[in-house]
Structures are given as structure tokens and as C-alpha cells.
Write a protein that binds this ligand. Structure first.
Ligand code: ARG
Length: 468
């Protein structure tokens, strides 16, 4: 079994005062988080420096000790950034690794850094700073993605694409309109990022282990220093709140769902059955056996990685569910799903942006597919309503009978002769045939939010102003 480190000198130098034995190896392994939480080193150092400046100002520690601490922390920052810092598993986490190194560098003064602070408010602060930074970079990546989508939409404001419902061809739309639908989704994602950032931007530092502190600290100073909007108002809540991480993962999950839907369309559109798009060489792979293959791997992987991200949301939900107040060590596990999600999202958004930017479209194929299945039957019905004052239900039925006739003759609606049409509805005139033109039908859909090329061009203009 685990070899117990029963030499009293081996009890943790940071919290080992009341212990006579050190932890077993297995205990050390299950307890450690340094492998993943070292990602927060810059946030930890930033928060410790803010805490130190506050302790100096409040005369809780001397200026001399405080300055040594800050210089030591600056040195540690350099060591970690340059890769020369030796992380130790036995020191559990990033907070203790840094504090322990600080005492090697500056000696006794290091012991004053943790005055009026607990690792509980420390980790809540560091993690919030990390998530906040990540929300900012996520927002930036999404902005780039939107700009790529908007550019393609501008190029294809008038390109015909079959629009689907139930994955059955329904009505022609413009490709620009279709791509702009994703700009809207990403716009809402960015809105959620913004809301989350605002809501989470409260400073937990100064909440202590759970109950606050008897030292005369100034939480407003650290709040300003760390760019928080205000200090948190309840110390128990502050150290045990991980809503911001759950919100982050919820937002990430919705983003990944949006990406997976577009990814799925790219997979479909690149298949032989559709042939709407040509995947760029830079974002497709070949087959080791079949020489003709060009596979949409990047799109498939983006589609699959939503599983990782949604799984991570479930992970943290389950960790947090039923946890009593205040801090529990369970919460150390909060970082793994968040960090993995961040890396996964960054990669998938970059891959999707790259793919969309380089995608080329087979306009002819798309147009053919839009024409193939009487997608203009609705335009005919609308013509009957507008010109013959038919109630829509009757117009729908007349149009349906024309579709049936065209189907029996294996031709398109516009290939029916006027007299064939008049057999079904005698008042039909040649005028009706004009609205069957694909481009006429598309141009006509100018209702606000509709697919007409004119609308798409305007939507792109507005989106540039709103999002970029
Ligand atoms: N590594 C810990 C975490 O990430 C830091 C907080 C530890 N607090 C404690 N009371 N043991 O949650």
C-alpha cells in the first residue's frame, strides 16, 4: 500500500503545524492539482500583488516586507513564464507552489503574504480572473468568426441555395441569408458572454476561508486593483460560488452546439449527394486506401467536440450539485472541465473560421437543387391570393394540384403550359408564370428578416456595424 511519509519533517510546511505525519503518496496524488491549476499562475500572482499592496496600505504588514513580497512575486512570474520554475506535486497547488518558492527567495517575509487571506478566497479570485480573461479571448475569437461569415455572406448575398425544413427542400433562400443566420447565433453567444462577464465581475478576495476576517482590510482597493466592479457581499457565497464557471460552460456548450450545426451542414454539403461546396485542401484529408476521397474531417471533429464540451458542463453541474456551504475540496475539480473546454473551443472556432473563409461554393449545383422540387409552389399560391383574391387555403390547394400535374408529367411547374394551368384554374394568366422564376421569387422576399438579396446586403451592413 501507500508508503506513508511518517517523518514529522515531511508534514506539509504550509499547513502541517498540527500534523505529525506527512500524507501518503496516494493522498498526495489525489490531493494535487498543480498539473492543471498552474495555468492560473499569472492570475494568482496578480491577485497576490493586489492583496499585498492592500496589506501595506492598511498597515497590516510593513512596507518593507510588502515590497519584498512583490519583488519576489515578480521574480516567480518570470521564472514560470520562462519555464525555469520547478513545480512540486507535494505542494498541492499553484497557490502553495508560489508561496513556497516565495519563502525560498525572500525568507521570512513570505510568511506575511497570506495574512487575512485563505486559499478559499484566493482560488475563487484566481479562477474568476482566469475565466474573465478567457471570456474576453472567446469573445474576440467569435468576432473573427463573425467577420468571416459576414464576408462570405456579402459575396453570396444573391447566390441561390435550397432552404430546408425537415431536411426536405422547402423554399429557395440565398446563401448569404443562410450564413448570416450563424452570425445571429454567434451574436447571441457574444451577448451571453457579455452578460456573464458583468454578473461574475465581483471580487471574492477578502472573504477569508468562509467568514471574512478581523483584520482591517480594504476590499475596495483590491477590487479596483483587479478590475472588478465591486466586492462580493457575502463571504460564504463568495468562496463557494462557481456559478461563473457553470455559466461559462453553459455558454460554451451553446457555442459548441452552434458550431456543430454548421459543421453538420458542411459535412452534408460536401457529400456527393449535395456537392454544394468544395472543401479547401487545407481543411480536408484524404483516405489512406481510397485515392479519390476528400474527407471533411475538420467539420466532423468540430461536430464531435461539442460532446466534450457538453460533457464538461455536465461534469461541473454534477460536482456542484448538493455541495453544502461553503468551500469543499470537490470544487478543486472545477478547473479541469473549464480548461479543457477553453482549449477545445479555441481550436474549434479557429478551425471553423478557417474553413468558412476558404470555402468555395458550386453555385450551379445549389441552384439546380433549389429548382428541383417545386420550391416555387408557394409563389404561385401567393400570386393567386394577390391577383385573383383567392383565400390562401384555396390558393394552396390549386397550387398543390398544379404540383401534382407537374409531377405526373415529370416536369417543373414553369414547364406546364398556360392551358394546362387554366384547366385547373381558368383565371390564371401569363403573369403568373413570371413569379415562378427563381430569382424573381427570391427578390420578392423583402419582408423584414427575409431572404431577398437586398435584405442580405443590408443585414451584412448592419452586422458589421453591430458586431465588428
Ligand atoms: N487547490 C484548491 C482548489 O483549487 C485551493 C483551495 C484549497 N482550500 C482548502 N481549504 N483546502 O480548490
Amino acid at each position: 500500500m501507500a508508503d506513508r511519509q511518517n517523518d514529522s519533517n515531511k508534514s506539509s510546511s504550509i499547513w502541517g503545524g498540527r500534523f505529525s505525519e506527512g500524507p501518503s503518496k496516494v493522498m498526495e496524488r489525489i490531493n494535487t492539482s498543480i498539473d492543471f491549476d498552474k495555468k492560473m499562475y499569472s492570475q494568482d500572482i496578480r491577485a497576490s500583488k493586489a492583496h499585498t499592496s492592500m496589506l501595506i496600505n492598511q498597515k497590516i504588514i510593513t512596507k518593507n516586507d510588502g515590497e519584498k513580497i512583490i519583488q519576489g512575486l515578480n521574480q516567480i512570474y518570470r521564472e514560470i513564464s520562462e519555464g525555469s520554475f520547478k513545480f512540486r506535486e507535494d505542494l498541492e497547488d499553484i497557490h502553495m507552489n508560489i508561496e513556497s518558492r516565495l519563502s525560498e527567495i525572500i525568507g521570512d517575509a513570505a510568511g506575511r503574504l497570506h495574512t487575512a487571506r485563505s486559499r478559499n478566497d484566493q482560488v475563487a479570485t484566481d479562477f474568476k480572473l482566469w475565466v474573465r480573461d478567457d471570456l474576453d479571448s472567446l469573445d474576440h475569437a467569435l468576432k473573427i468568426f463573425q467577420s468571416v461569415l459576414i464576408s462570405q455572406s456579402e459575396n453570396h448575398a444573391a447566390t441561390v441555395l435550397p432552404g430546408y425544413t425537415h431536411l426536405q427542400t422547402a423554399q429557395p433562400v440565398t446563401l448569404g441569408h443562410h450564413l448570416m443566420a450563424y452570425v445571429e447565433m454567434i451574436g447571441r453567444d457574444r451577448g451571453r458572454i457579455n452578460d456573464c462577464r458583468k454578473r461574475m465581475n465581483e471580487n471574492p478576495l477578502g472573504s477569508g476561508a468562509l467568514a471574512g476576517t478581523s483584520f482591517n482590510i480594504n476590499r475596495h482597493q483590491t477590487t479596483a486593483d483587479l478590475d472588478f466592479d465591486r466586492p462580493t457581499t457575502n463571504s460564504l457565497d463568495a468562496v463557494s460560488d462557481r456559478d461563473f464557471a457553470m455559466e461559462y460552460l453553459s455558454i460554451a456548450s451553446i457555442i459548441s452546439i452552434h458550431l456543430s450545426r454548421l459543421a453538420e451542414e458542411l459535412v452534408l454539403w460536401s457529400s456527393a449527394a449535395f456537392k454544394f461546396i468544395n472543401l479547401p485542401d487545407s481543411f480536408s484529408t484524404g483516405s489512406s486506401m481510397l485515392p479519390q476521397k476528400r474527407n471533411p474531417d475538420a467539420a466532423e471533429l468540430i461536430r464531435a467536440k461539442s460532446g466534450t464540451i457538453i460533457g464538461n458542463l455536465t461534469n461541473l453541474f454534477i460536482v456542484m450539485k448538493g455541495l453544502p456551504l461553503a468551500y469543499s475540496k470537490d470544487m478543486q475539480e472545477d478547473k479541469v472541465p473549464v480548461f479543457e473546454t477553453s482549449e477545445t473551443l479555441e481550436l474549434t472556432i479557429a478551425a471553423m473560421s478557417g474553413m468558412i473563409q476558404e470555402l468555395t461554393f458550386n453555385k450551379e449545383k445549389m441552384k439546380e437543387a433549389a429548382k428541383a422540387t417545386h420550391t416555387n409552389a408557394i409563389d404561385f399560391a401567393d400570386w393567386l391570393v394577390k391577383n385573383l383574391n383567392k383565400p390562401f387555403r384555396e390558393a394552396h390547394s390549386i397550387s398543390g394540384r398544379l404540383v401534382k400535374l407537374a409531377e405526373s408529367k415529370d416536369c417543373s411547374l414553369e414547364e406546364l403550359t398556360l392551358s394546362e394551368m387554366q384547366d385547373i384554374e381558368p383565371k390564371i394568366t401569363n403573369d403568373a408564370l413570371k413569379v415562378l422564376e427563381l430569382t424573381v421569387a427570391l427578390d420578392a422576399r423583402t419582408s423584414f428578416g427575409g431572404t431577398a438579396p437586398k435584405n442580405v446586403a443590408e443585414a451584412c451592413k448592419q452586422a458589421r456595424l453591430k458586431y465588428l
